[in-house]
Design a protein around this ligand. Structure first.
Ligand SMILES: NC(=O)c1ccc[n+]([C@@H]2O[C@H](COP(=O)([O-])OP(=O)(O)OC[C@H]3O[C@@H](n4cnc5c(N)ncnc54)[C@H](OP(=O)(O)O)[C@@H]3O)[C@@H](O)[C@H]2O)c1
Length: 200
């Protein structure tokens, strides 16, 4: 389950795009191709695929079967379990877009990921480390070893964090928390630094 699913079912999120009921939630999935639409190439029945589709319009990915636009799915790599792949489409694209498309993160830069152990955060930690950035992330104490194992260079417990101790350290903040936490974190940016925030 992605946060957008419960937010939408609670009347927020993408609920404004629901045109009729019953509404089936879900925008990301993994599955197996049953059949191809006319003119579709690049896939065969039986291919394992994953995708993030039709957002913000209803896509119905909680259903057992769905019709997905071919340009919004991709082949599932061997070794990636279906259940893991099912949660990768939206969270993975969000992490990528936030870090690189919006955040313009470059190798050698320093990034602070707020909510580093979350669905987006744990992917962002890995992508930023792979890019060659210096990665710091906040989480609760129980997730310290987990984030270190993903390549995070500095793990910070948010429960007793004084942002002032990190003043002026980061080129980019990827904020998965929002509200006062994001505002307090602005002090940790270098002059000209960037903040990309996720919560709606
Ligand atoms: N998932 C997506 O694809 C996606 C896409 C677009 C936007 N968003 C938005 O991005 C936000 C995060 O989504 P998510 O899926 O990553 O959330 P999530 O999987 O529910 O994770 C939330 C994380 O927030 C952490 N946390 C709570 N309070 C914190 C604080 N004060 N400081 C630092 N970390 C704190 C928790 O850390 P601990 O477990 O370590 O305590 C938890 O791991 C949500 O608002 C969501 O709507 C998500």
């Amino acid at each position: 389950m992605n946060p957008i699913d419960w937010k939408t079912c609670s009347g927020g999120g993408a609920s404004g795009f629901i045109e009729s009921f019953p509404f089936i939630p879900g925008w990301e999935f993994s599955g197996v191709v049953e059949a191809l639409g006319e003119g579709v190439s690049g896939y065969q029945p039986g291919d394992a695929v994953l995708g993030f589709v039709r957002f913000p319009h209803p896509a119905g990915c909680y259903a057992e079967q769905l019709c997905a636009p071919a340009d919004q799915i991709t082949l599932r790599p061997e070794g990636l379990e279906a259940t893991t792949a099912a949660g990768l489409g939206l969270a993975g694209l969000t992490a990528w877009q936030a870090l690189f498309d919006k955040g313009q993160l470059q190798a050698g830069e320093s990034v602070l990921i707020l909510a580093g152990a979350g669905g987006v955060g744990h992917l962002a930690v890995q992508l930023a480390a792979l890019e060659g950035a210096q990665v710091s992330a906040t989480c609760s104490a129980a997730n310290r070893d987990y984030l270190t194992s993903l390549g995070c260079h500095q793990v910070i417990d948010y429960r007793d964090l004084d942002m002032g101790t990190l003043a002026g350290q980061f080129d980019l903040i990827l904020d998965g928390v929002g509200g006062d936490t994001a505002i307090d974190a602005l002090i940790t940016l270098k002059p000209g630094g960037r903040l990309v925030t996720l919560p709606l």
